[in-house]
Design a protein around this ligand. Structure first.
Ligand code: NAP
Length: 310
């Protein structure tokens, strides 16, 4: 039997991934949407969350696909109304609001799932298994994409709280913090902030690690080939994750995974995990990636970059 679920914020990621993943799942029934401008054909849409919560007590689960800054009020309202909540990444605009949501969910016995879609990419688990018994010597994160291609017109990304290039960059950090056996923390960062914006359009970050040099090079202005690569040099060879964790090479030899189309399996995996969390009354909230982004914004040195317009 499928469980009714509501999707809130029918924008790019809801249309690209959430709607198809829910539609293909036997576990879930997309019973309502909440969106001021978007809709899903054949699904009842509400212009605001409170109206949906009042009109549809049968919907026990709400999945939030809004940008991070407005998301807290929506998540808090859904939890107050007794609904389980699934959050797109990043789980919030600040750490304190994520902690507040954790407390609210725990007090009410509700599930809160802070999803990290890149952790569900096909070769992340094999990469973690491979690194488990290696000694890391060097790790390079190279995350370079074209903001105009992937986030057309999304001004919120470069506003305060939008995280700028760390909106995609946090995906890399979600993978790194999943696959590395040892913890890392930010040691320094340079943030390139366009003169007419609030958030960085490029960044270089160095991390402290017990044995290795770990760096990240992030760029939102990459045209042509797009790069979502993590390269790990170890005492027993080099592992390279490419295409956001969906392909893996060991010493140049491609490793095969079980998924024929691993990138597209990310969101079905997230919703399968949500099914298990709700069924077992658990939450899953790992804030490690957003801790690092928060530290980058605390410690990073700002340098002016040319104005940016879409
Ligand atoms: P988006 O299309 O710009 O926004 C999603 C929806 O959020 C909008 O359609 C809008 O819905 C609602 N919204 C925007 N600003 C709002 C505000 N101030 N108050 C209330 N609602 C607001 O963004 P997106 O690309 O889908 O990204 C949403 C989240 O998904 C982000 O956290 C992002 O990091 C994550 N994500 C994005 C991608 C991607 O490739 N784009 C991939 C993975 C994850 P209505 O105006 O219709 O109400």
């Amino acid at each position: 039997m499928s469980t009714p679920i509501a999707l809130v914020g029918i924008g790019k990621i809801a249309q690209d991934q959430h709607v198809p993943a829910i539609g293909a799942s036997e576990d879930w029934d997309l019973a309502a949407t909440v969106s001021r401008h978007g809709n899903v054909p054949g699904v009842e849409n509400f212009a605001d969350l409170d109206s949906m919560l009042a009109a549809r007590p049968d919907i026990g689960v709400v999945s939030l696909c809004l940008p991070p800054v407005p998301r807290f009020e929506y998540a808090a309202a859904a939890l107050r109304a007794g609904r389980h909540v699934m959050l797109e990444k990043p789980p919030g605009a600040t750490l304190a609001e994520c902690h507040a949501l954790q407390t609210m969910a725990a007090e009410r016995g509700l599930t809160l799932y802070a999803s990290w879609h890149s952790r569900a990419a096909g070769m992340v688990a094999p990469a973690k298994a491979w690194l488990a018994d290696k000694s890391l010597k060097k790790m390079e994160i190279i995350w370079k994409e074209d903001i105009r291609r992937w986030h057309p017109g999304q001004d919120w990304i470069l506003e305060a709280g939008g995280m700028g290039v760390f909106d995609p960059g946090i995906n890399a950090l979600s993978i790194v913090t999943e696959i590395l056996p040892d913890p890392i923390h930010v040691a320094g960062a340079i943030l390139h902030v366009p003169e007419n914006r609030q958030a960085p359009i490029a960044a270089q970050v160095s991390f402290h690690h017990p044995t290795a040099q770990v760096t990240a090079d992030l760029d939102f202005l990459q045209t042509g080939e797009q790069t979502w690569t993590i390269r790990a040099e170890t005492d027993q060879g080099t592992m390279t994750l490419t295409f956001g964790g969906s392909r893996m090479h060991i010493d140049g030899v491609e490793q095969t995974g079980a998924d024929p189309d691993p990138l597209n399996a990310e969101y079905p995996r997230l919703y399968r995990h949500m099914t298990g969390l709700v069924a077992s009354g658990r939450s899953d909230v790992d804030l490690t990636p957003i801790v690092h982004v928060s530290d980058v914004f605390t410690l990073g040195r700002r340098v002016a970059a040319p104005p940016f317009d879409f």
